[in-house]
Design a protein around this ligand. Structure first.
Ligand code: PEP
Ligand code: MG
Length: 325
């Protein structure tokens, strides 16, 4: 299998019925970067900036962050890198950050909520990203956005940093693409407004599903309470893909779901065209997509979305096997 995956590295991901997909890598530390060449990923679809923050004894300053982000962009050598701004709190703890204990940290003061309340941290990070992107493309996305207003606030900080960078004689990024993670269900009902202000949306299925099903992603006792390959999830993704496509906004999925072959097939069949995943997922997911006929899978899946039981996964697995996927 590993040899098969290695041999697919340079092959574009196009399904049997001719649908092209973009395979991206999730990364967070410098040691992840060689995976770009090793997997043949087309870029980094999720760079978790909090990981280097967590690995240090204190908050890195602008210079240290600029150096880090530059190295990442250098290593990507022109391939796109989507930097996600600091996503700390809940399960991601900074050793030097002492927040008050909370009853429900996953739904507490975390992520963009912290960085909008403490904008100096976010501004410094954005300043470093802008500096590192001088003369190159900057792709930035904001985590745990629950309302369009939060995205606009974050975008305003970005614009301010770019303006100040330029005013002080800095070379600006040649282009900027701004996106949001979709991790909070409330955003699903603000899409008409949200889509006006983003170039791309990336579904963080790890968080989104825990909130959709009210089921803690880290609690083994409830992991079987829902299935990512089930009617509510696929119905949601289908509607999201249709709205993004109509608005010309790129939709990707960067939660763990995207790195599992069966889930990836279902996501692609519902209209998702960009998948970002851990390095180990790229070979298996690509192999599955290359041998799949998406139109057939879609036609098979759509009626299953009406069934009240939990058979989607089992049936899709059987269908994939029968069709040589
Ligand atoms: C997610 O929530 O799916 C996601 C990609 O973010 P993280 O796993 O870093 O919370
Ligand atoms: Mg998340």
């Amino acid at each position: 299998q590993l040899e098969l995956y290695a041999s697919l590295k340079g092959t574009p991901t196009v399904t049997r019925d001719g649908v092209p997909l973009t395979m991206m890598l999730n990364a967070g530390l410098l040691i992840d970067l060689p995976n770009l060449d090793e997997t043949g990923a087309e870029g980094i679809g999720l760079y978790r900036t909090e990981l280097p923050f967590m690995a240090r004894p204190s908050l890195p300053d602008v210079a240290a962050q600029t150096a880090l982000y530059s190295r990442i962009l250098d290593a990507a050598a022109g391939r796109p890198v989507v930097f996600r701004t600091l996503d700390v709190g809940s399960d991601k703890v900074l050793p030097y950050w002492h927040g008050d204990p909370e009853e429900n940290p996953a739904m507490g003061w975390r992520s963009i909520r912290i960085t909008l309340d403490r904008p100096a941290i976010l501004r410094q990070q954005i300043r470093a990203l802008v500096r590192a992107s001088a003369g190159r493309e900057l792709r930035i996305m904001f985590p745990m956005i629950a309302e369009v207003a939060e995205l606009l606030q974050a975008r305003a900080l970005l614009q301010r940093e770019i303006d100040e960078h330029v005013a002080s004689g800095g070379v600006p990024p040649i282009a900027q693409r701004v996106g949001t993670m979709l991790e909070v269900p409330a955003l699903l009902w603000q899409l008409p407004q949200l889509l006006r202000y983003v170039d791309f949306i990336s579904v963080g299925s790890n968080d989104l599903l825990q909130f959709l099903f009210a089921s803690d992603r880290g609690n083994q006792r409830v992991t079987d309470r829902y299935d990512s390959l089930s009617a509510p999830v696929l119905t949601m993704i289908k509607s999201l893909a249709e709205q993004c496509s109509a608005a010309g906004v790129t939709l990707s999925v960067c939660g763990e779901m995207a790195g599992r072959p069966l889930e990836a097939l279902a996501l692609a069949a519902m209209g998702v065209r960009t998948l970002s995943m851990a390095a180990a997922g790229i070979g298996p997911v690509k192999a599955a997509l290359l041998s799949a006929n998406l139109a057939e899978i879609r036609a098979y899946l759509l009626p299953l979305l009406d069934s009240p039981d939990r058979t989607v996964r089992r049936k899709l697995r059987a269908f994939a096997l029968d069709h040589g996927v």
